[in-house]
Design a protein around this ligand. Structure first.
Ligand code: ADP
Ligand code: MG
Length: 278
């Protein structure tokens, strides 16, 4: 079954008064960011999105989340056009985005509070999801008393506690050190295998994209469209050791070859816009 359908989505932002960009050799007061994105995500699928920095990946997630409106085209969840945040969608950002004045438990409970879940059920669910992420015993800590990895575990626990049908993750592990990142990737897959929610995960790490995904979606440089979709046929469950194998390496080469020209184009555009010779 299709959970998310993105249908010819275009998005352009108006520039500030006086600013212009060159689009197709013409001066423009609008900056085109998404240029006809088409993508269908099946229910329970784990999709990763890679693309050059500034290509519009976060904007695309915002459109799926109902936080930003497409200029044309549409994002649909379960056949309905997304016009506002969907109650069955959860979003995890790169920054931990926890309330500093709430404990870990209260942070998770908050997501359930705003959905009107009764108090006892709230507590039970919040404890369960903290437990899943190995945070039993840390319920009463404030974010400042937790490591970056633990804070991000709380943020993911909070997102999952609402039983989302769609989980959007925007470079959630980018700020973490390499070891913590590896551990969290494995934990996320373990928990996803239990709850089978549909995940769209943006990353700039090719290894992370391959390790997590059923399919890796490579985006072009801005204005972005889908350049290539690569099926990752590595079986599950996946162990981090998989990354040392030949099959993984073949995917690594394939994703990089698809991405390379787009990264170069993005760098060229940036150099032109900022007056650097390249
Ligand atoms: N609210 C906004 N107003 C104007 N431009 C924006 C806005 N949000 C994003 N952009 C522009 O859209 C482009 C893509 O941004 P983004 O989706 O954040 O890229 P990334 O692929 O790195 O996540 C960038 O050039 C950014 O400057
Ligand atoms: Mg981004």
């Amino acid at each position: 079954m299709d959970r998310i359908v993105i249908n010819n989505v275009h998005k352009a932002f108006a520039l500030k008064p006086g600013q212009t960009v060159v689009v197709d050799g013409q001066k423009s007061v609008r900056i085109p960011v998404l240029d006809g994105v088409d993508l269908t995500v099946r229910s329970g699928e784990f999709i990763t999105l890679v693309g050059p920095s500034g290509s519009g990946k976060s904007v695309l997630l915002d459109i799926i989340a109902g936080l930003t409106e497409a200029s044309s085209g549409e994002a649909m969840i379960d056949g309905g056009v997304v016009r506002r945040p969907h109650p069955k969608t959860a979003y995890v950002f790169q920054q931990y985005a926890l309330f500093p004045w709430r404990t870990a438990l209260q942070n998770v409970e908050y997501a359930l509070e705003v959905r009107g879940t009764p108090k006892a059920e709230r507590r039970e669910k919040a404890q369960y999801f903290l437990h899943l992420f190995g945070l039993s015993g840390f319920e009463d800590r404030f974010p400042s008393q937790l490591s970056g990895g633990m804070q991000q575990r709380v943020a993911i626990a909070r997102a999952l506690s609402t039983d989302p049908e769609v989980l959007l993750m925007d470079e959630p592990f980018a700020a973490l050190d390499a070891q913590t990142r590896d551990i969290l990737q494995t934990e996320l897959l373990r928990i996803w295998a239990q709850i089978k929610t549909t995940v769209v995960f943006v990353t700039h790490s090719i290894d992370e994209a391959i390790f997590l995904a059923d399919r890796v979606v490579v985006m072009t440089a801005r204005p972005a469209s889908v350049k290539q979709i690569i099926d990752i046929d590595l079986g599950r469950p996946r162990d981090i050791e998989l990354r040392n194998g030949q099959a993984f390496n073949t995917y690594r080469t394939q994703v990089w070859e698809s991405l390379r020209d787009e990264v170069r184009k993005a760098q060229r555009d940036w150099a032109l816009a900022s007056g650097y010779a390249m």
